[in-house]
Design a protein around this ligand. Sequence first.
Ligand SMILES: [Zn+2]
Ligand SMILES: [Zn+2]
Length: 132
Amino acid sequence: MAMVRRSVKREAMLALLRSTHSHPGAEWVYDRLRPDFPDLSLGTVYRNLRQLEGEGLIVSVGVVDGVERFDANTAPHAHFVCTRCGAVTDLELPGGPELRREAEAASGGRISGCEVRFTGLCRGCLDRDMQT
Ligand SMILES: [Zn+2]
Ligand SMILES: [Zn+2]
């Protein structure tokens, strides 16, 4: 029974992560699943996120403002992180595959992963600046 319940929670977490492009952290997941799983703990969320990551179903996009953020989009893509509001958005860069080939040639090895993170101010933060 315990196994089944854990797996239901994990499926719910995966579905939730797949439903958003916001690259949320564990607390965001916890807040949204808590109504459906009153016995849910933050520790359980962390453990399940690690499991999902270990299974290759989600990826960690690293720490933003002290919070580790996760992504259900496991295809290689770059991220843009707003240094003010912490928004993390996907960037599809047409030169991506080429960069990978260049990295492989330069390393002399075989590239299996890539993390590209751009930082700056997002559109929303720029617009708020303009209004003041
Ligand atoms: Zn921003
Ligand atoms: Zn992403």
